[in-house]
Design a protein around this ligand. Sequence first.
Ligand code: GLA
Length: 731
Amino acid sequence: MNIWYEEQEHIFSLSNERISYIFSVEKDRYLSHRYFGRRLKRYGGSGRPYFFDRGFCANPLPEDRTFSLDTLPREYPDINQGDFRCPAYVIQTEDGRRVTRFGYKGYEILEGKPGLEGLPSVYVEDEGEAMTLRVTLEDEVIKVRLLLYYTVFQDYDAVCRHVEVVNGGDQEIYLERLMSMSMDLPGTDYDVVTLTGGHMDEKNINRRPLTSDSVVAESIRGSSSPQAAPCVVLMDREAGEHQGEVWGVNFIYSGDFQAAAQVSQYRTVRVQMGMNPLTFGWSLGAGERFTVPETVLVYSDQGLNGMSQTFHSLYQKRLCRGAHRDRVRPVLLNGWEAFTFDVDEEKCLSLAREAAKLGVELLVLDDGWFKNRKDDKRALGDWTEDERKFPGGIPRLAEAVRREGLEFGIWLEPEMVSPDSDLYRSHGDWVIRSPHYDPVLSRNQYVLDLSNPQVRDYVIRSVSDLLERADITYVKWDMNRHITDLGSFCLAEGRQRELSHRYMLGLYEILETLNSRFPHVLFESCSSGGGRYDGGMLYYMPQTWASDNTDGVCRLGIQYGTSLLFPPVTMGCHVSVSPNLQVGRSTSLAMRFAVAMSGNLGYEMDFRRLPEKEREEIRRQIAFYKELREVVHKGRFYRLANPREGNLAAWNFVSEDGERVIFCCYQILSDVVRASVLVKLRGLERDRVYRLRQDGSCYGGDELMYAGITARPAEEDFTGHIYVFDRVTEG
Ligand code: GLA
């Protein structure tokens, strides 16, 4: 890993053994992107811009009619100087103008990677793991500096970028648009991939050719959202799941964002990621500093799967934190789909007893446990237990569950308040709203104004109180609506545009405090399922409830799409009842398990009502999973067949040490002609032998990868099979 600056040509190059990121300083002022891709040992000037006198071009250097910013591949482009593509930043000065002139000032190379104050970010544990380049741009008139950070890692094929704005002048400036990164890639022969979806239909991989114009993925919902993920991927047209060049861009942020790929007239593509300018705005006073959240850029020459594996290992090892990061996660039972709001101590305890017998390790009490919460119309915000349902309180229940041999976890939705609650009755001005209109309800609730320090204190106090009183080792942290009525009683009139980002900063502060106060607690993030499944939340909560849709077939696509960015250990995946409560489909217990065991396994059903045969089957499933979960949680993940494109879903895991392989294969509908189903595995050692546990038969690694496995054609709809291979010791 290295960062160097070549003074003659003004070239910056960041590289490790596999990737290089190169840009230059043109005319002593302007940063110009040169290359991001496979590592170059020697760089002689590829990507150098050529200058001509072109029509409609503005010339910032009066003596040179050939030089125009519109034709330059750029790193962090501006507005109002002749680059008419999307600017990375727009800064308004006190006179209401948006004309600025930032130019290159200098650079520093730092060991390791600095943190981002108050924001989630990829981190290093040792300075030797990474190096960071900080480039300074300055506007000498208003005395404002932009600090561009680039980190390159020894072990990951990723570059992290973010920006800081330092107002060294004496006027207040207004930050109107401030992207986390911008990069101009050469040519336009790319496909663009985004992740789109909705509630219960998260993370559809959406690939199409980039032809002209712009592709924009964005959210103004107050969260990263199930509708669009903060991610944009460019792929070589020929690239696929396992081969070809791919550039992945993912924002480490949980609020409103905008991701774009914009084709220019000069056959280049500008890729950008940052906070959504529609809901962002920030007044920066003299002497103040502002940090833009971070973006991770991944390059892969091994197709989409290679990109995903880099995201997976980076996020698992250097974004997720805390005691649970390296631990296998407990198998849990959550009562939500079985009980909804109708919970009480006796139900929980009897469920815990049954769960313990089947091998479950953690019982989760979902919604409905707090005072007056008999449905979703009331009580959010009043986080004390309903004593009619829990006469001994949550502490007594937690203790009793623990005596049954299980850990105890609880559901909370701390960012919200119901109009029918003591909290709202006493603090009506704590919600996000405008003073002129009634706020809009969603799921009968309002959003608390986390930009208000008093609100943050309340949230921290009420959650801490519960976690201190009761022996709780897991929290499901929910967020079940999007934000409307952006207005705050606590922010000054001229600063209302800051609310979206201040909400996120407030949330991050709360989560940081709770993480450090309760390091033993495993937090699982949820937003009606995977509605806020992003890198920002993973920094505080190492797992996310992937979807409210627990149907085995739908889950195949959801989990497949989620794996584009996030490792299976971070995906909460539960086996629920059949027929499924969301789509009414009947599937076998075996199939539902085969899907849920490909992530972080849990169950969501009333174990007390199961026929003995199913209980026995679940006992076996859990035992099987416990033996293999190390591979699922820590191994490498290879996508093999996309269920949203055909009748088949398949993937395989390879353990960290290569000793074990789990191959999962699902056929959605059965096929009357019983055509053979052939799947080729990935990531094995060609010259080694693998024994299939189920029947002891042995296969060469080359055979499994090149000839593949012929799965038995399904004789019924919705089947899932798990094959476990052990690498045979030589000799
Ligand atoms: C959301 C979650 C569910 C459940 C309910 C409780 O919808 O995604 O899993 O916790 O809230 O109200």
